[in-house]
Design a protein around this ligand. Sequence first.
Ligand SMILES: Nc1ncnc2c1ncn2[C@@H]1O[C@H](COP(=O)(O)OP(=O)(O)OP(=O)(O)O)[C@@H](O)[C@H]1O
Length: 255
Amino acid sequence: MIVFDHVTKHYKTNIGLDDVSIRIDRGEFVFLVGPSGAGKTTFVRLMLKEIDADKGTIKVRGEDVTRFSNRQIPKLRRDVGIVFQDFRLLPKKTVFENVAFAMEIVHQKRKIIKRQVPQLLELVGIGTKAKKYPSELSAGEQQRVAIARAMANNPKILIADEPTGNLDPETAWEIMQILELINQRGTTILMVTHAKDIVDKMNKRVIAIEKGRIIRDDIGTYGFEEALANMEVTMDTLQHRRQLSSGKRGTASND
Ligand SMILES: Nc1ncnc2c1ncn2[C@@H]1O[C@H](COP(=O)(O)OP(=O)(O)OP(=O)(O)O)[C@@H](O)[C@H]1O
């Protein structure tokens, strides 16, 4: 679904990505984590062909986007839904109109828009707010509208760029449940985040970038240290169980 093959992107004096190879399959839910300046935004912008790679190939849904002409880019961006930390709703449009607008710009039929927008609003749990304006909604509700809008053209991939960054923990968790639901319905999700507690709770694949390189790629917790700590707990538990079953408390076995 998303394949980076030896991708390098250097800015004038900074490293964006450095020889990154990664594969994200259809239906996965992946967290992209790393400190500020690690290369996460560069990864997303390369995927959407907002910037060009210096080296390597990037495939999105089987197509090599590094070879795309300008004419092919709008379709790529339509095939990938995106949600941002700051929602980016149109303030003068209602909830219904915000979602409908995403469908109008791809010339969707009015009849289909009228049918699908309420379904999308139901999906994200704000079916009763269609006539409200963004300023009349809570932050969590605004993010729900943004998710509905991102899903309006039925993208196969949804990028969520710090979607919980402006939300309190409880609301953030509600948004995660919506993303989980969307993922269960078949959309591949790539979520960029610094929210350690969320990553730890979700127990999904975590790709960690630092200084433009992938330093970790596995299922589980946010940080390498946490992963190690968990491993130690598991090792201690295993050792403890072995000692109990062999009746030898206090001695480690190496078998
Ligand atoms: N347009 C640009 N021109 C020059 N350097 C850039 C540009 N965009 C990003 N960089 C640099 O590339 C590196 C990676 O930046 P990137 O924005 O991808 O990091 P990030 O992981 O998304 O960070 P954050 O979590 O703060 O958003 C950083 O050193 C950054 O300063």
